[in-house]
Design a protein around this ligand. Sequence first.
Ligand code: 5GP
Length: 204
Amino acid sequence: MSAQKTQKTIGKVFVISGPSGSGKTTLLAELICDKRLKSKLHKSISLTTRPKRPQERQGKDYFFVSQQRFLSMLKAKKILESTRYLGYYYGTPKRLVDRWLKLGLNIGFCLDLRGASALKKIYPKQAVTIFVQPPSIRTLQKRIENRNACADLSETRKRLSLARKELRAAASFDYIVLNTDFKKAARKLKNIISGEIAKSATIN
Ligand code: 5GP
């Protein structure tokens, strides 16, 4: 009996990371809406215990949950990876990611550095890590200040101090995208993701 070769499509895990204010969330949102990528890339929506910002929507930007709910999901192993960022919990819901990957779908994640290295360990062959780099600390500071205009000053300071540390990790990523000009950065990110998807389609 001849062994029949079965072709299994394996989805890619695109982890977009970088300091707060680097623009990574906006960049991923842009790609998810891109007419050529939107059928090929699905966005993972994280759980968080941080309060919702005025412009954010439940189930679209995050699943905003209580700390009690988050911790019970963590205990029940319903969270793939998690982090604590400035006192709040963030985590990737496991079930949907498992289901999408089994279907061979590609998933985009916006995570902190800890999340990026966790997913690289869990999916060593599928994970592609991309670091979004702001042009300068000054620009980053302005972006964080503008976005956190309603939040207290100490949170802005904490985010900026953490961002300085996070910037040092860029070299450990598969790709670095400099976000000076949003359109150019979006194009570069789109090329990276399209190229990786095309590459995995050829391998499969
Ligand atoms: P923010 O409060 O600015 O929305 O998010 C704070 C940080 O947590 C950002 O770096 C963001 O990418 C990261 N983050 C959001 N969701 C997750 C998650 O599920 N896991 C991890 N590891 N980081 C996350």
